[in-house]
Design a protein around this ligand. Structure first.
Ligand SMILES: C[S@@+](CC[C@H](N)C(=O)[O-])C[C@H]1O[C@@H](n2cnc3c(N)ncnc32)[C@H](O)[C@@H]1O
Length: 237
């Protein structure tokens, strides 16, 4: 009984620590992030803003846009870039485990339910338009200057130039290939003390393998923690 009470107090404290926008996207059913991950994402965001780490903020994997809205709303004068296919999630590959293949089968068979038992985002018409409307509802205009949304496969829409720099990147795209691509690409343009948060590290074997592979090959990255998601920091050289 005391344990249960302790857990519910911790949850309450976490919830109260969130900025209103984070509580609202959760209430509105716009995000898959559970409370612990939303709080952790928010605290990493607050850290890079407080420490004035320079560079843009990006998210790979937006779905209905909930976590992206929190990042964009609190970006502190930086640009926000969001990437997504804005349709049904591309399939996993042989580098993914049965966990990913089983989940994808449910989606492909048209049997996935959405957040709060609503419609699954991958079955919606004009998901891009819905996300833009949700941004507007939260007072964020997608002007493609300071808030930029790129529709398509990450591999086709993200080709950073020398001048592109990031301070915080949220990678929330489930399977091995996209996680490997995004983490490899962004780690080259992450500023020192910048951070990459990988949402699915504890959820999908393929995601975890992709992260572990990049970490083993890149000594400039340090895995700070793995709960409630993977938090990877770019070291100063
Ligand atoms: C788990 S959802 C993102 C959840 C979201 N961050 C939230 O707050 O609920 C994963 C998203 O990644 C997208 N995605 C996965 N692989 C992709 C790829 N290779 N290119 C573009 N989008 C991809 C999916 O279509 C989906 O919208």
């Amino acid at each position: 009984m005391f344990q249960k009470l302790g857990r519910s107090l911790t949850k309450r404290r976490l919830k109260l620590s969130l900025p209103p926008v984070a509580r609202e996207v959760m209430r509105d059913g716009l995000t898959y992030l559970p409370l612990e991950r939303m709080a952790s994402l928010n605290s990493e965001l607050e850290r890079v803003v407080a420490e004035d780490v320079s560079g843009d903020i990006a998210e790979f994997g937006m779905a209905l846009g909930g976590s992206a809205i929190v990042l964009a709303k609190r970006r502190g004068g930086r640009r926000f870039l969001g990437f997504d296919v804005f349709g049904q999630i591309p399939p996993p590959t042989d580098d993914d485990g049965t966990d990913a293949h089983n989940r994808f089968k449910v989606i492909a068979d048209g049997k996935s339910t959405g957040i709060q038992d609503g419609e699954y985002y991958g079955y919606m018409d004009d998901l891009y338009g819905r996300v833009v409307s949700s941004f507007e509802k939260y007072g964020l205009r997608v002007d493609n200057q300071s808030i930029i949304l790129r529709k398509g496969l990450f591999q086709d829409t993200f080709a950073p130039s020398e001048s592109d720099r990031f301070c915080l990147v949220h990678i929330d795209c489930d399977w091995y290939d996209p996680v490997l691509f995004c983490l490899t690409s962004v780690s080259r343009c992450l500023n020192p003390d910048g951070v990459v948060i990988v949402d699915d590290y504890n959820d999908y074997e393929g995601c975890r393998n992709a992260v572990d592979k990049v970490l083993a090959e890149d000594a400039s990255l340090r895995l700070e923690r793995t709960l409630p998601h993977a938090v990877i920091r770019k070291l100063r050289s």
